[in-house]
Design a protein around this ligand. Structure first.
Ligand code: ADP
Ligand code: MG
Length: 244
């Protein structure tokens, strides 16, 4: 039996009196693409943030390759380095060139020397289709280009798992396709991915498994066909009527 890359066991999360994650159990296997869907406030971002240790759990366990992140001690940084994250609002460093945005973390963390980091950054810019933007400043880029730089920056850490939190929600419609195209290629190459998105067509095409959350509960999961063509839970049926 292989160990899941990510395993959430009976995870709960409270903010004050507000229990926003209620006893979630979720596994992500190696090379699997899992798409999280559900209404706003369901707890999707909180789940991603707990998986990469940006948010603690109130109870339960989160295992990354079998190791509990809550008790990682000194190896917490190694565990974090396995996980790349891309956010809705890009979070690029505005005062640095595209190239410097991508090389910063690997160089600062002593993972690569500057010359190697630059060589690799250029390779990742090719992956996201932006070789000509190495010296550009973020302000001069479109939203879709910024998001592709953010993906290249995450890839530069050689993550084994990539988390995406609504990566296309802040983009003009004509930019969405380019970003989804990059994600589709990563999925085809076998990257393990957990993606929160409202792009249901993309979810249907790329997901190995779709997971539906509402009000902090995991209400249903299955293949895209299960979820989109044969939804069981009334809350999921209602959600799909609104978004499809
Ligand atoms: P989603 O991403 O599905 O829209 P979130 O995970 O962002 O949902 O939020 C789930 C719930 O947790 C919401 O009710 C939100 O207001 C609450 N929440 C999220 N982060 C915090 C926080 N840092 N402090 C207090 N409440 C929070
Ligand atoms: Mg969210």
């Amino acid at each position: 039996m292989t160990i899941p890359r990510v395993e959430m066991k009976n995870v709960r999360k409270r903010f004050g009196d507000n229990e926003v994650i209620k006893n979630i159990n979720l596994k992500v296997d190696d090379n699997e693409v899992v798409v999280l869907i559900g209404p706003s406030g369901a707890g999707k971002s909180t789940v991603l943030r707990m998986i990469n240790g940006l948010e603690t759990t109130t109870s339960g366990e989160i295992l990354i390759d079998g190791d509990d992140i809550a008790h990682a001690g000194k190896s917490i940084n190694q565990m974090r380095e396995k996980i790349g994250m891309v956010f809705q609002h890009f979070n690029l460093f505005p005062n640095m060139s595209v190239l410097d945005n991508i090389t910063l973390a690997p160089v600062e963390l002593g993972i690569r020397n500057k010359a190697d980091a630059v060589t690799q950054a250029k390779q990742f810019l090719e992956v996201v289709g932006l070789t000509d933007k190495a010296d550009a400043m973020p302000a001069s880029l479109s939203g879709g280009q910024k998001q592709r730089v953010a993906i290249a920056r995450a890839l530069a850490m050689h993550p084994e798992i990539m988390l995406f939190d609504e990566p296309t929600s802040a983009l003009d419609p004509e930019m969405v396709g380019d970003v989804l195209g990059v994600m589709r290629r990563l999925a085809k190459q076998g990257m393990t991915m957990v993606i929160v998105t409202h792009e249901m067509g993309f979810a249907r095409e790329v997901a190995d498994r779709v997971v539906f959350f509402a009000d902090g509960e995991l209400l249903e999961q299955g293949t895209p066909t299960d979820i989109f063509d044969h939804p069981q839970h009334p809350r999921l049926q209602q959600f799909l009527k609104q978004v499809l």
